[in-house]
Write a protein that binds this ligand. Structure first.
Ligand code: ADP
Length: 261
């Protein structure tokens, strides 16, 4: 009777394992959903107090100026900088949860890409005087795109290039156009990204592990949002990198598109 018993055990074991797997999976999905809901709720809840804080600091600035309290200006500026930082994080959290829910909306407008990229480089240069941001080449193209969202892509890439390049001051943006596409390369000479982690950096909340990277603040949302926006504009983003030498992020966008996906 032993062989039959053995067969029976094998027969009964399989369905049990399968049921276990299905339960595990649905529990994990529920947990993921709760996490997504929490991120969405938290970012919405944080938005209104931040708006109030912003309004009150600007009111305070005007009142202090009228009363001649110039000595308080540095403290106020520092408050405004911190409020802006938290606002950006909350906006990114909101973007992440909208992407997850498939609700990130895009405007459609004609965008002068060359002008947009130069404007971003100028703004980044003004806010980061420690680095030189060079723009080389040109892309004479009017794209059907969401200007703000596309701007977010390159602001983010340049901001990362600066952030992950302690001690390497030059960031280059190379622009190139072909009859069908435009290519924008953002190049830095900083930390670089280990080969085995290069694909993962576009995942939600992923940060490269390593003592140097850990010392630099961030939540791993930027590139996830960047990749989504590029995809919605029909483009691609890739990365080349050498540890200790630097990274190149390449965005390619189609010139002609009647609508966004
Ligand atoms: P964050 O910078 O907030 O961590 P991102 O999504 O923008 O999030 O980037 C994900 C990770 O990819 C970063 O944590 C960093 O380790 C790595 N990374 C991004 N850009 C660069 C870069 N230019 N050089 C080196 N590492 C980078």
């Amino acid at each position: 009777r032993l062989p039959i018993l053995a067969g029976a055990v094998t027969f009964q074991d399989h369905p049990r394992q399968m049921i276990g797997f299905v339960l595990d999976n649905s529990a994990r999905k529920e947990l993921e959903q709760r996490k997504d809901d929490f991120i969405s709720m938290a970012s919405h809840e944080l938005r209104s107090p931040l708006t109030a804080l912003k309004m009150h600091t600007s009111l305070l600035r005007r009142q202090l100026a009228m009363q001649g309290f110039q000595t308080s200006a540095p403290a106020l500026s520092s408050m405004e900088t911190q409020i802006n930082k938290v606002t950006r994080l909350v906006e990114e959290l909101l973007d992440v949860s909208k992407i997850q829910a498939g609700r990130l909306e895009y405007r459609q407008e004609t965008v002068d890409l060359d002008a947009l990229l130069r404007e971003i480089a100028d703004t980044m240069q003004q806010t980061h005087p420690s680095h030189s941001i060079l723009v080389r080449g040109a892309v004479q193209a009017n794209l059907m795109a969401d200007r703000d969202r596309l701007g977010q892509v390159f602001t983010n890439l340049i901001s990362n290039a600066i952030k992950y390049s302690p001690g390497a001051e030059t960031v280059e943006m190379d622009l190139e156009a072909s009859p069908e596409t435009v290519t924008i390369r953002v190049r830095d000479h900083g930390l670089g990204i280990p080969r085995e982690q290069r694909d993962k950096i576009f995942e939600r909340f992923y940060r490269v592990t390593g003592p140097k990277q850990k010392a630099i603040p961030g939540l791993g949302m930027g590139l996830y949002i960047v990749a989504e926006i590029v995809k919605r504009h029909g483009g691609t983003i890739t990365v080349e990198s050498a540890v200790g030498k630097g990274s190149i992020f390449t965005v390619t966008l189609p010139k002609k598109r009647d609508t966004l996906d």
